[in-house]
Design a binder for this molecule. Sequence first.
Ligand SMILES: Nc1ncnc2c1ncn2[C@@H]1O[C@H](COP(=O)(O)O)[C@@H](O)[C@H]1OP(=O)(O)O
Ligand SMILES: [Mg+2]
Ligand SMILES: [Mg+2]
Ligand SMILES: [Mg+2]
Length: 306
Amino acid sequence: MAQTHPLILRLIASSIPVANHAGKIIRDIMKKGELNIVDKGIEDFQTEADRQAQLCIVKSLSQQFPGISIIGEEGDDHDADSSSEITTVTEDSVLSKQCPPELVDVTEEQITVWVDPLDGTSEYTQGLLEHVTVLIGIAVDEKAVAGIIHQPYYGYKEKGTIGRTIWGLVGLGAFGHNPGQLPTDRRILTTTRSHSSPLVQEAIKSLNPDEVLRVGGAGNKVLLLLDSKAHAYVFASKGCKRWDTCAPEAILNAAGGWLTDVHGNLYSYNKDTPHLNTGGVLATAKKEEHSIYLNLLPDSVKSQLK
Ligand SMILES: Nc1ncnc2c1ncn2[C@@H]1O[C@H](COP(=O)(O)O)[C@@H](O)[C@H]1OP(=O)(O)O
Ligand SMILES: [Mg+2]
Ligand SMILES: [Mg+2]
Ligand SMILES: [Mg+2]
């Protein structure tokens, strides 16, 4: 891959095959049926697939881009001999895109990659496989600018192709999703299915929805926005982390949507930032509709998410 291409495009071009390979690892481990589940906390699990997918992503990207910072959900204290899992293939179609001018001169030192090797672990362990995604988010300084969401089981109930990969770069656009028309006479929300609470419920009720899609994973819920299946994603809880939102936020932003905490503030994604999204999540398919939802959320909800 020629070094003449801007770094941000080269990093995306490398991250797409890496995310796809992580998806294959996730499917292979499920097929073998040896998940080796570790309990990390309340409703917080890690499986062999989370660990192996993260090793593949971190090793593959750090080998090719030694100067970037990479932060993964599963930490880096579990080593394994996964040298065979390193992927250095590139998605060359990305390199032919026009890099937004403000990102042409970005250096490795400015970049933090936020990795959620398997988003929707609860659903994975319960066999709700289409909820699972692999998330690779790319931040420049504080800002989420690019992302890859790979959905390893997309279409698995039908015969034929399995999996899809969606990517986006702010200022360029989003690719690989299925945008359509959202109904204008109904309000469809999406929220958690496995991490609900009275506060989560209060927030949903205050937005007066006609329909609520309760699905697993932050990546999966942002895909519902990108595919025009839901107007907004609301999660009035501190449970999500930066690796859950970096890739989804960047792609949504590139596609004309918006993701913030419940106060309307953008999260910071630089390498020294705390990991926990203490302000919850409020995301809309259309940026111009974000303030409608923000204004409907009551202070009784907002005041509990600082
Ligand atoms: N209380 C929590 N503890 C751990 N992870 C959480 C919690 N709440 C949300 N998450 C993470 O955010 C994702 C989206 O949340 P939800 O599916 O409940 O809407 C989850 O799949 C999980 O990511 P992961 O599966 O990668 O651990
Ligand atoms: Mg987890
Ligand atoms: Mg996650
Ligand atoms: Mg995860």
